[in-house]
Design a protein around this ligand. Sequence first.
Ligand code: NAG
Ligand code: NAG
Ligand code: NAG
Ligand code: NAG
Ligand code: NAG
Ligand code: NAG
Ligand code: NAG
Ligand code: NAG
Ligand code: NAG
Ligand code: NAG
Ligand code: NAG
Ligand code: NAG
Length: 816
Amino acid sequence: MAYHLSLFFHAMLLLLLLLCPATTLAQNHTDHFALLAIKSGITHDPQRVLDSWNTSLHFCLWQGVTCGRRHARVTKLDLGSRGISGSLSPQIGNLSFLRVIYLANNTFKGVIPPQVGGLFRLKALVLGNNSFEGEVPASLSNCTRLKHLVLARNNLFGKLPQQLTSLVNLIRLTIHNNGFTGGIPSFLANLTSLEIISAADNHLGGSIPNALGQLHNLQEVGFSNCKLHGMIPSSLHNLSSLTIVDFSINQIGGDLPKDIGLQLPNLESFIIARNKFTGTIPFSISNCSKLGVVYLSENDFTGKINIDFSNMPNLRLLGLFTNSLGSSQPDDMNFIDSMTNCSNLEQFTFHENQLTGVLPSSVGNLSSKLIYLSFGDNFIYGSLPSGIGNFANLEWLYLTHNWFTGVIPIELGNLRNIRLLYLGYNNFTGKIPDFIGNMSLLFQLSLVGNRLQGQIPQIIGKCKSLSSLDLSENNLIGAIPRELFQISALSIYLDLSDNNLVGPVPQEIGKLKSLTVLDLSQNDLVGAIPSAIGSCTSLEYLYLQANSFQGPIPLTMSALRGIRTLNLSSNNFSGQIPRFLEQLNLSSLDLSFNNFYGEVPMGGIPELGLPKCAMSAARLRKGSQLSRAILVVIPLCSLLVVAMVFSLLFYLRRRRRHTQPTGASLMQPFSRVSYGSILKATNGLSEQNLIGMGSFGVVYKGIIEPYGEMVAIKVLKLGHQGALRSFMAECEALKNIRHRNLVKIITSCSSVDFQGNDFKALIYEYMPNGSLERWLHPCSEQETENEEAPHRLSLSTKSVDCNRCGSCHSLPSSGI
Ligand SMILES: *[C@@H]1O[C@H](CO)[C@@H](O)[C@H](O)[C@H]1NC(C)=O
Ligand SMILES: *[C@@H]1O[C@H](CO)[C@@H](O)[C@H](O)[C@H]1NC(C)=O
Ligand SMILES: *[C@@H]1O[C@H](CO)[C@@H](O)[C@H](O)[C@H]1NC(C)=O
Ligand SMILES: *[C@@H]1O[C@H](CO)[C@@H](O)[C@H](O)[C@H]1NC(C)=O
Ligand SMILES: *[C@@H]1O[C@H](CO)[C@@H](O)[C@H](O)[C@H]1NC(C)=O
Ligand SMILES: *[C@@H]1O[C@H](CO)[C@@H](O)[C@H](O)[C@H]1NC(C)=O
Ligand SMILES: *[C@@H]1O[C@H](CO)[C@@H](O)[C@H](O)[C@H]1NC(C)=O
Ligand SMILES: *[C@@H]1O[C@H](CO)[C@@H](O)[C@H](O)[C@H]1NC(C)=O
Ligand SMILES: *[C@@H]1O[C@H](CO)[C@@H](O)[C@H](O)[C@H]1NC(C)=O
Ligand SMILES: *[C@@H]1O[C@H](CO)[C@@H](O)[C@H](O)[C@H]1NC(C)=O
Ligand SMILES: *[C@@H]1O[C@H](CO)[C@@H](O)[C@H](O)[C@H]1NC(C)=O
Ligand SMILES: *[C@@H]1O[C@H](CO)[C@@H](O)[C@H](O)[C@H]1NC(C)=O
């Protein structure tokens, strides 16, 4: 309709121009020349928009150009989302009747021409999502009619010029995702028409000026990830018009004022996650009946949660995780009773707190729209209420590290959409329930560290989507069911260690062609390693220690080209140590406490100057035979690279409680690692930051801005076949993983580099050099067994993840 109208308008205009050439057409060439100058600044125009910009057509009829009705003067230039690149000609300043410049979603480079400041009729300057660089020209201060200034997602930097204090008509200021510095300018307080300030992802620094409280029309304010500190000034709490408040990912502290909910009754989104807020969550928040999104996660909130949620029908996302909430009283979780009216709740996360008590049965009356529910890492005891099975849409249930007892309720079997089920480190008893077999979408299952008994049910083979399974540290008995090996999706880990499993490992193990980690250690398994293990070509970590396996190392294992760690210790293996071990890329090999004989592959150690792995007397058993902890030494250069890369990915077993970054990987929508910040962190992917290389890509170390701590950045080689798939898989899987053998992935970056190519990176916790040697040389019993030793940097307590691969949103999303 609008299109037809404008066609009609253009036709009328054309008629007019043709009829009255003397009066109108001849009137002004300035605009014509300016537009041609703009055209000549554009170097790439894939949609051929500018083809119509030719002399046979009056410029008022050119695509993207709108003229005023009375004079044939350009009033609007709209070249948005056209894939255009080039620079913006300073001659735009000659289009003196311009009211709207809309160039968003292109690749304009270079500076914003100061001549724009001459366009005093300008109402909207929308340059978002381009590559403009440099500072914002002070001349813009002459555009006093400006209402919309949208500069988000560019490479602008410096301070916003003080002169902009003259823009008293400005309604929307959108500057997020740039490199602005110099604090939040206090002159903003003079822009009293402002309704929206969206400034997330800049390097502003400083504190929030008290004067902002003068902006009585302010509705949306977003300063997420702007390096702010100090407190939220009390003047801001006076702005009752506020609907969206996002101060997440800063260093802002202090208590929230008691009556905040009465002062800000219109709040719809209240996002202050990842700061240093303290004190209790004010009860008055109960009065914010329009709340839809509340993220208070990753702060230092304490005390009982006594919010009354019964008046928040719109509540959709509630994130309270990683605080110190809890009062040590058994009724800590009674607040859930008031949430049964939140019929739109989709995410409810309160893991990693200190909540005590029994989970109230009202948990079963929560919204049927619930998708994520997490309350791991608290002190919840008693049995798991059966109502937990009420959520047909639930995809994640995370309750690891609590004190639940009793059997796993049968109603859990109703969760037909469940994808991640983490029940580990509780005190669940009884058998592994058969209903597991009905959970056909189950992607990760962890029952580690409970007191489960009985056999592993054969029906588990029906979980065709399972990519990681952890049943370790239970009291499981019987043989490993063959059906388990039918799950070809198992690709991340299969951990059955530390149970009482018996019998041989079936030949079907060869079907696990994608499996990376297999841990069967500390059981009573017998027999030989099946020769079919040679088909598990993705294996990187194989732990078979502390069983009663016999026989030689099968020759087929020479096919395990990717294997890094092989632990066969404390079994009854015998025979000669095969030479092919030397050809494998092993960085750790433990054959101790067996009956092997023959020469141990050797070399390289002296040149490395690393501690020698002397045969430890304590590790020798059965006297004469050669049987010891050894390190297979591979050629010098590859040793370092391989070991470094993989020490990044894996770390020694840790079985401590409440020390891990835990469920921090759950659904935080706060990850904002851009291509630019990776470049910055790694000095432009420089060689100095290079720490490893593999077929998948390259690993750098660096300090990424929002984290401020050293991380390891694995940049995927996308040219390499399968790399993209591998990225997606790794991103989807690893970021959710909590397993003691795997290092924590912090976040990911899925972006486009400055050449327009896909760029994918995974960001892991970084292992400092000091501990690297320990992985290389697990010689000292004391060291390897001391699990309290700090094996890695603890980025732990504050870690952030992408919700979904590549979709790291920023709030508020007030346009670009
Ligand atoms: C065209 O517009 C410019 C700028 O407004 C003005 O200086 C010039 O005199 C105009 N030319 C004609 C022929 O009207
Ligand atoms: C000018 O643009 C119009 C509209 O796109 C097109 O039909 C015409 O062929 C073009 N003329 C020239 C000379 O390129
Ligand atoms: C247009 O602008 C440029 C640069 O801003 C200036 O040099 C030029 O004289 C202007 N042209 C006309 C026709 O006004
Ligand atoms: C920019 O492009 C994206 C994707 O093509 C689109 O969703 C968005 O609406 C565009 N933004 C503007 C302001 O045109
Ligand atoms: C930015 O523009 C590109 C096209 O140039 C588009 O694909 C992308 O979706 C836009 N991003 C946003 C956030 O609108
Ligand atoms: C604003 O315009 C006036 C004249 O209209 C000019 O003298 C002044 O330099 C301009 N200011 C800026 C910052 O460009
Ligand atoms: C705000 O406006 C007042 C009066 O208009 C002026 O005195 C003051 O300097 C301005 N503040 C800033 C920071 O520009
Ligand atoms: C809040 O607004 C009232 C009235 O506008 C004013 O008197 C009071 O000083 C303001 N409070 C703060 C903390 O700015
Ligand atoms: C705030 O909520 C409480 C109960 O939830 C209610 O009694 C009180 O009237 C509300 N206050 C306002 C100002 O709405
Ligand atoms: C739910 O809301 C209704 C009215 O909308 C109210 O009567 C009821 O008490 C609320 N339930 C709870 C548990 O607060
Ligand atoms: C929860 O729902 C059940 C039945 O659906 C009802 O009997 C019970 O009273 C509800 N509990 C709460 C706390 O609303
Ligand atoms: C789990 O059960 C064992 C044995 O009854 C008990 O010793 C232990 O304290 C329990 N742990 C927790 C966290 O409840």
